[in-house]
Design a binder for this molecule. Structure first.
Ligand code: SF4
Ligand code: SF4
Length: 361
């Protein structure tokens, strides 16, 4: 999720670059720029709500590293005070995650009452009360057979659809692994039949994970092709763009492509995420040296949608070299806002070409 889009980087570039005003001469580009820039005030941090989960998935990054052992603070007043303190230091957007936030609905209410912009990452098995008006991201790891094998959850998709069909908060997030690429068609058509919205994620291995879900170069190519096909077929339901597919299925991970700005990868505390981002554990403590939106993920293999929504959007200045590249970046930002912000509607994508991510010198 974006931390600070306009964190001006110190990057330099070889090629001559058009003036920004020339890029905005196209009325469609200008309109989209004006639409997305209203949200540049978003400043995120993330919060583990409980160390419990009602299912157990192979390849889960929550149950890696130390954070799973933090004790739970279930005191609503402590959470209220934390949210008030976060607001006071400039945080405007919360991501409530790990392990399974739907197990502590009263804490979600407290957060929502203090901080009205945010999202919740859930497996969708237990419905979150409608009074909690955050975006809700429901994780999908394949069809029901795969969910049973990898997540030990029976009839998961059916249950998720029952819980969230017709709910404006809900975005289903299909995580492509090396093994489930062929299942996405079946899952997408079921979601579309129930008029649900979905977006795509790419499995990013936890540190030390070398199991069968980890991508290789062939599976990344197949994933990209499948994403773009589904986007073309279901443009109203699939919240995505060609550039999202490029950024998340590149042979290089997000850090190598864009240089990740989360504290774990970024020693600078001057601006942007390096200054403001914190990842709170269930005991309400945080540790800068491991802080990012997907802690305990293996950085070279990180292609996670949550990471990209901050890492790619922060690189505005890298994407103003030509009109197609800027349009691709705008599509990316428009997608992430539609996925993460209540009430934001995705526009039609401006660029359908597959462009190579621009590199700084
Ligand atoms: S639902 Fe999420 S937190 Fe729970 S085990 Fe699966 S990946 Fe981990
Ligand atoms: S895991 Fe991803 S988001 Fe986290 S620090 Fe590494 S590259 Fe950045």
């Amino acid at each position: 999720m974006a931390g600070n889009i306009l964190a001006k980087s110190k990057e330099s570039f070889d090629a001559p670059r058009p003036k920004f005003s020339d890029l905005l001469a196209d009325p469609n580009i200008k309109k989209r720029w004006e639409k997305v820039r209203k949200y540049f005030f978003l400043r995120e941090s993330t919060y583990d709500m409980t160390n419990r989960c009602n299912i157990r998935c192979d390849g889960c990054y929550y149950y890696e590293g130390d954070k799973q052992f933090a004790v739970e603070n279930l005191n609503p007043e402590d959470w209220r005070k934390l949210m008030q303190a976060e607001k006071a230091r400039g945080i405007t957007y919360v991501v409530l995650a790990g392990a399974e936030p739907s197990l502590v609905p009263e804490l979600l209410e407290v957060c929502y009452n203090e901080m009205p912009l945010g999202s919740i990452a859930t497996n969708g098995f237990k419905k979150i009360p409608e009074s909690v008006g955050y975006k809700i991201h429901i994780s999908l790891w394949g069809n029901d057979e795969t969910s049973w094998r990898v997540r030990k959850a029976k009839n998961l998709l059916k249950k998720q659809i029952e819980n969230y069909q017709g709910d404006d908060r809900a975005v289903f997030v299909y995580t492509f692994t090396r093994e489930n690429i062929d299942e996405v068609e079946e899952v997408t058509s079921q979601l579309v039949a129930h008029n649900c919205k979905l977006t795509f994620n790419v499995f990013s291995s936890p540190v030390g994970y070398h199991g069968p879900l980890r991508h290789d170069s062939q599976s990344l190519v197949r994933t990209r092709k499948t994403m773009i096909e589904l986007l073309g077929r279901y443009p109203k339901n699939v919240l995505f763009s060609a550039y999202n597919a490029v950024a998340h299925t590149h042979e290089k991970g997000l850090h190598d492509l864009y240089s990740c700005s989360y504290p774990r990868c970024n020693p600078s505390q001057d601006i942007g995420l390096g200054r403001s981002f914190r990842q709170y554990r269930t005991d309400l403590n945080w540790d800068r040296s491991v802080a990012c939106c997907v802690p305990d993920t293996d950085c070279p293999d990180c292609r996670h949608y949550a990471a990209g929504s901050a890492v790619v959007t922060a690189r505005l200045y890298r994407h103003v070299g030509d009109a197609d590249t800027f349009k691709s970046w705008l599509d990316y930002v428009d997608t992430y806002l539609a996925v993460w912000v209540m009430g934001y509607e995705k526009g039609e994508n401006l660029c359908r070409s597959v462009i190579e991510p621009p590199q700084a010198k």
